[in-house]
Write a protein that binds this ligand. Structure first.
Ligand SMILES: *Cc1c(COP(=O)(O)O)cnc(C)c1O
Length: 233
């Protein structure tokens, strides 16, 4: 399938799901996850009107951003992968969003390193909704305190919550963890007075379920760019 076709078909899926949820399709942002795919694929997607791109690996992303900025200065770059504290500087300097904040130290470093000539870095707290030992993300019970501390950092702008649930089959099973993230967001707004307008949830296999539960941003890779080959070390 051509990129043109697959991008159109993902946009169609988002529109359908939004309509079944009684939502305005424009309330859902499509984040095209371009990790492992070359800059020319990103440029092709950009030429088809795609603006937001997600990356997981710092060095790979730096190369792509440098290659694409001259021709595509308006693209929005989202860091969505696990982030080591010693790699925050490039992310603070070159990204527009970070979705994977799961500890205060990471947020503090990004805050300290965000260049003064750029607007505050937009961030989401990543929540380990299924309490999986192997997954990153803050525990559900610690999310409120972390969010309140992040919201106080002047060079960051806390936008909302992100999750990567365990794989589930079928829309109703897939909806369950997304519903919990939405309720957590509502509880945090009530308890900590935080205005969180973003729920970053849903990927190629479960974006419909996420949109039914209020996703405002879906992160879609393989359904747009095709299967990823395993990453070489
Ligand atoms: C790779 C990745 C995605 C995209 O996954 P697909 O199944 O290819 O759509 C979304 N979110 C995160 C955090 C990822 O690492």
């Amino acid at each position: 399938m051509s990129l043109e076709h697959s991008l159109a078909s993902v946009r169609q899926r988002i529109e359908q799901a939004a309509k079944s949820a009684g939502r305005d399709p424009r309330s859902v942002t499509l984040l095209a996850v371009s990790k492992t795919f070359p800059a020319h694929d990103v440029a092709h997607a950009a030429s088809l009107g795609q603006i937001d791109f997600g990356e997981n690996y710092v060095q790979e992303a730096m190369d792509k951003i440098a290659a694409l900025r001259p021709d595509w200065p308006a693209l929005q770059w989202h860091f969505i992968g696990p982030l080591q504290s010693n790699k925050t500087r490039d992310v603070a300097a070159h990204f527009d969003w970070v979705h994977s904040i799961d500890r205060l130290k990471l947020a503090q470093r990004l805050n300290d390193q965000r260049p003064a000539d750029r607007p505050p870095l937009q961030v989401c707290i990543q929540v380990n909704v299924d309490d999986e030992a192997t997954k990153s993300g803050v525990r559900v019970e610690d999310a409120g305190a972390l969010a309140a501390a992040v919201a106080a950092l002047p060079r960051l702008r806390l936008r909302g919550l992100m999750c990567i649930p365990e794989a589930r089959t079928g829309t109703s099973a897939q909806r369950e963890p997304f519903a919990r993230l939405r309720l957590l967001r509502d509880a945090m707004a009530a308890e900590h007075g935080l205005a969180l307008d973003t729920l970053s949830m849903g990927m190629s296999a479960d974006l419909e379920a996420a949109i039914l539960e209020g996703a405002t941003l879906v992160r879609v890779g393989s359904a747009i760019f095709g299967a990823r080959s395993p990453r070489s070390p």
